[in-house]
Design a protein around this ligand. Structure first.
Ligand SMILES: Nc1ncnc2c1ncn2[C@@H]1O[C@H](COP(=O)(O)OP(=O)(O)OP(=O)(O)O)[C@@H](O)[C@H]1O
Ligand SMILES: [Mg+2]
Length: 494
């Protein structure tokens, strides 16, 4: 009972067995009733034939009674009929020979019914049955004969129900043998059908069991017919595809992460070892330490980013969403990166355009201030990092149709169209060789983290770039309307 297959078979057999048994029962009952009726009808017909003979032959009575006809009357009704004709006052007029000395009974109820012009059927008692036929049942009809409205005779015909009982016994036997056989056949049939139906599923189970971390490329066979099993296989295959992809990404991530950490650690180790070979001047030590600190900073940054990604993935990076003033947040990001920008003589211009009518100059969005700040610092960091010296970066905030659009536009080195679709991939850097040179060293995690955070705020981020002439990163975030603030201020800006 532990498998669906067994459950289906048991259910099928039970339902089929019950139906068949009920059907057989009804069949048996109807057949038995019909046979009994037919039997009584034939008794009644025989009685009627005798009635015809007796009617109008009232002289018979005198003759028989006076002993003229001594031989018992033998009506031609086949062997099994016992016939007795009584005059209404109880004299036996005719009696068939096989009755011998036995007198068929007339009870007072039967007599009463017969006198009211009814034919009466009865099954005779044990004693009478034993005397006449030994075993079985004797059925008898008592038929009144009326002449001119006056009751004259009672015709009685009795017969053994042997053949009838024999028939019923055979039918019973047939049913008792055939019904269990049919149920057995149904069970075997059910077993076959269930096997046919579940074999493909068993196969799916076996294949699915063999698909482990080592054999993630295995797939279930899909049939040509688009039936349930094929659809199940296709669904599972699609799931395996996703699992395989997730596994691949996971492996890739681990490999990339170790590689990223290895580079600064190797540099760090190399510098330290060189410093240790010979005694150095304190100036040299300071230089080495300075360089070591930079590498350690870099390692820390990578570890921080990895940790952020791990938290993002496991859903543990809780967002503390509050209404945040986006314009102030952007100014904050600009001021935090301006020192780095001015070292490269890069200018950052911040401008706000408000195309929505009657709104206050404050642009609110519902979000996590720290996370959003890190997004824009990241984007500005990229813009500065990949800009040429003595250029200007434009940060523009445009408010329209319930959305805040932030564009960060630089006049930098741009991104190759081949690299553009991948810049949001983890660890992706457009130019691997270039990335190793000091100022532009990155991990390639910034944009992928930024996109996740922006999307977590219901926004979107995209990059447009032309190689050699600059890059525009566009972020779009839904605006939050603090209750009661909307109408207060209506300073328009450009
Ligand atoms: N403003 C930009 N101009 C030119 N290229 C860019 C710009 N922003 C991003 N890129 C390219 O996209 C890649 C991915 O950017 P991302 O911020 O994810 O990584 P990163 O800056 O290299 O490293 P990290 O931000 O993790 O320190 C960069 O390596 C760079 O090649
Ligand atoms: Mg970056």
């Amino acid at each position: 009972m532990r498998t669906i297959r067994a459950k289906i078979i048991v259910l099928f057999v039970v339902i089929f067995g019950l139906t068949l048994s009920a059907f057989s029962g009804v069949l048996y009952y109807l057949y038995a009733r019909q046979s009994a009726q037919n039997f009584d009808l034939s008794l009644s017909n025989d009685a009627l034939a005798i009635v015809g003979m007796v009617k109008g032959n009232s002289f018979l009575e005198q003759e028989i009674i006076s002993g003229i006809i001594q031989q018992p009357f033998r009506p031609n009704f086949g062997t099994n009929r016992y016939v007795q004709v009584l005059s209404i006052n109880g004299n036996i007029v005719i009696r068939s020979s096989d009755l011998k000395d036995v007198t068929l009974p007339v009870s007072s109820e039967v007599l009463a019914l017969a006198l009211s012009q009814h034919q009466v059927f009865e099954t005779l008692g044990h004693k009478m049955t034993e005397e006449l036929i030994g075993q079985g049942r004797l059925r008898m009809v008592t038929y009144p004969v009326f002449e001119d409205g006056i009751p004259r005779y009672l015709v009685q015909v009795a017969a053994s129900t042997g053949p009838l009982d024999e028939n019923m016994l055979q039918l019973r036997l047939l049913l008792f043998i055939s019904v269990p056989l049919a149920i057995l056949a149904a069970a075997l049939g059910g077993l076959f059908i269930a096997k046919k139906a579940f074999d493909p599923i068993d196969k799916i189970i076996r294949t699915a069991q063999s698909i482990s971390a080592e054999h993630l490329d295995r797939r279930l066979e899909t049939g040509k017919v688009d039936d349930e099993v094929t659809r199940l296989s296709k669904t599972l295959n699609a799931m395996f595809d996703r699992i395989e992809e997730a596994f691949r990404l996971q492996k890739q991530f681990t490999a990339d992460a170790s590689h990223e950490l290895k580079t600064p650690l190797t540099i760090l180790l190399g510098e330290m070892e060189v410093a240790l070979v010979n005694p150095r001047t304190s100036k040299e030590y300071v230089e080495t330490l300075g360089s070591a600190v930079e590498e350690i900073r870099r390692i820390t940054k990578i570890v921080d980013e990895l940790l952020t990604i791990a938290r993002l993935e496991s859903g543990q990076l809780a967002m503390q969403k509050h209404p945040v003033r986006l314009d102030e947040l952007l100014l904050d990001a600009v001021s935090k990166t301006s020192a780095y920008a001015s070292r490269r003589s890069i200018n950052i211009n911040f401008e706000v355009h408000d195309h929505s009518s009657g709104e206050s100059e404050e642009v609110y969005i519902l979000g996590d201030e720290d996370k959003l700040l890190s997004v824009f610092i990241n984007l500005l960091d990229n813009a500065i990092k990949y800009s040429n010296d003595n250029t200007t970066i434009r940060v523009s905030l445009t408010v329209a149709a319930g959305m805040a659009a932030i564009d960060i536009i630089d006049r930098g080195i741009g991104i190759d169209s081949e690299d553009l679709p991948h810049v949001f991939d983890r660890f992706y850097r457009a130019d691997k060789s270039r990335s190793s040179e000091g100022a532009r060293r990155g991990t390639g995690l910034g944009l992928s983290i930024s996109r996740y955070l922006v999307e977590a705020h219901g926004g979107s981020i995209s990059v447009a770039s032309t190689k050699g002439s600059g890059t525009t990163v566009s972020v779009s975030l839904p605006i939050h309307q603090p209750a009661g603030e909307a109408a207060q201020n209506s300073v328009s800006k450009t």
